[in-house]
Design a protein around this ligand. Structure first.
Ligand SMILES: N[C@@H](CCC(=O)N[C@@H](CS)C(=O)NCC(=O)O)C(=O)O
Length: 203
């Protein structure tokens, strides 16, 4: 399998999951502007959506959308329990978290990357984000991971959004002590640390 990625973007989530699952996934870098890959390919010809992540399966098919890719990867190695079995109520709980992270957190913080965002919009974006982070804070104050007692693909995706909040956007995390603790705990996982290093995000 091959993962198309841009360092430090949401493609870091399936990168972490592939490592957590011990799956041999090759990485191919995509240039955000030119949409050329490091292998000299036209990324938009492979994935007309143009954004990352995309996973090329061994039969050549391209799978897109991060929340789906991480579930696909987890399902290749069910013994790692990165996702509960399909069809169970627990799997729907996982999808509930993944969708929350994608639509409320990931797309919630996205406007803050725009340096031209008007102050009033920045303020309302941060207010909404703080509300959503509050949901995560309450969960992590009660449970060691989003799904309960064990790490899942949702925690990998959450880590990426927290990485942006802390390292890229300077979102004040003071009101979220449980999230702060969780960030430190997740950053120490060997798969997370190795993915950050491979993408050149830490020394
Ligand atoms: N719906 C997509 C969104 C992916 C996405 O937002 N990718 C960003 C990086 S985090 C990207 O590649 N943006 C570049 C672009 O839109 O051209 C998913 O959840 O996988």
């Amino acid at each position: 399998m091959k993962l198309f990625y841009v360092p430090g973007t949401c493609s870091l989530s399936p990168h972490i999951v592939a490592r957590e699952a011990g799956l041999p996934v090759d990485l191919e870098l995509v240039d955000r502007q030119s949409k050329q890959t490091s292998a000299g390919r036209d990324y938009k010809a492979l994935n007309p959506k143009g954004y990352v992540p995309a996973l090329q399966l061994d039969d050549g098919q391209i799978l897109t959308e991060g929340t789906v890719i991480v579930q696909y990867l987890a399902d290749q190695k069910p013994a790692t329990k990165l996702a509960p079995p399909a069809g169970t109520m627990e799997r729907y709980r996982l999808m509930e978290w993944l969708n929350f992270i994608a639509t409320e957190l990931h797309k919630g913080v996205s406007p803050l990357f725009n340096p031209k965002l008007p102050d009033e919009l920045r303020k309302t974006t941060l207010e909404r984000l703080n509300d959503r982070l509050g949901q995560v804070e309450r969960r992590l104050a009660e449970k060691p991971y989003l799904m309960g007692d064990a790490f899942s693909v949702a925690d990998a995706y959450l880590f990426v959004v927290l990485f942006w909040c802390k390292k890229r956007l300077g979102v004040p995390m003071g009101p979220f002590p449980a999230i702060e603790r969780q960030y430190g705990k997740l950053a120490e996982r060997p798969a997370v640390a190795a993915a950050l290093k491979e993408e050149g995000l830490v020394a």
